[in-house]
Write a protein that binds this ligand. Structure first.
Ligand SMILES: [Zn+2]
Length: 236
């Protein structure tokens, strides 16, 4: 996955061509980047990355999504990737991150696993995204009506799923007693689970913690509402 300087040079040249050729068709009159480049990524900060995601979700809920030439993004990203954020989200079919944040190919890393739980592989993926690939922001995205959260509340047991659901139990304990049939309680646990994941990321990855402490990378939590399409970023 490591990119060479030579490859980056080629991509830059390729982007110079594709950007001029595709600017109009990609954004229907709006001047915007075709794909993330090493320059556009480097110009971003953790705060501007959050802003970009907020604006993308606003376009989604306002039915104002960008018109994209998807296929044009394929050759434009073939030589390398410079995503500005890595998003840990649930595997839930109702939380497709590129759509709900109105992002294109090459814009964000997606790490999706039931209940958006953290494990060593998730941490390794986040370390790659930030330390190697230069992403500025880590997002933990929980959502309403999460089946994994409901399963953990019910202490469900099923093969390998048992161990996964156990990772959500601290959030259940922190939320007090409640029922998986109570939507407000499920949302409360899902939000606690986001906070739990953020805490684990900071505690279990010295690589990420160092970047967070230096301010070069940001870590934010957010909740997606499956009934409205809206993402709410949680207070830090
Ligand atoms: Zn879920």
């Amino acid at each position: 996955m490591r990119q060479t300087t030579f490859a980056i040079g080629l991509v830059t040249i390729a982007l110079a061509f594709s950007a001029s050729a595709l600017a109009q068709s990609d954004t229907a009159g709006k001047k915007a980047l075709i794909v993330q480049t090493t320059e556009s990524q480097a110009a971003m900060t953790p705060a501007s990355a959050v802003e970009k995601l907020k604006k993308g979700n606003a376009r989604f809920v306002e039915k104002n999504m960008r018109s994209r030439d998807w296929l044009a993004k394929v050759p434009a990203t073939a030589g390398g990737q410079y995503p500005f954020a890595a998003i840990l989200a649930c595997m839930d079919s109702r939380t497709p991150i590129e759509i709900i944040f109105d992002q294109g190919i090459g814009d964000v890393f997606g790490i999706r696993i039931a209940g958006n739980v953290v494990n060593e592989d998730v941490l390794g993926s986040m370390e790659y995204a930030t330390k190697v690939a230069g992403s500025k922001l880590l997002v933990v995205l929980g959502h309403t009506s999460c089946g994994a959260v409901k399963g953990s509340i019910d202490d469900a047991k099923l093969g390998n799923l048992t161990g996964l659901l156990a990772k959500i139990r601290p959030a259940v304990s922190a939320s007090g007693p409640g029922s998986s049939k109570d939507d407000a309680y499920v949302t409360k646990v899902a939000q606690a689970n986001v906070s739990q994941a953020m805490k684990e990321i900071r505690e279990k990855s010295p690589t990420i913690k160092a970047q967070l402490d230096a301010g070069t990378v940001g870590l934010v939590g957010a909740m997606y509402d499956v009934s409205t399409g809206k993402v709410t970023f949680l207070p830090e």
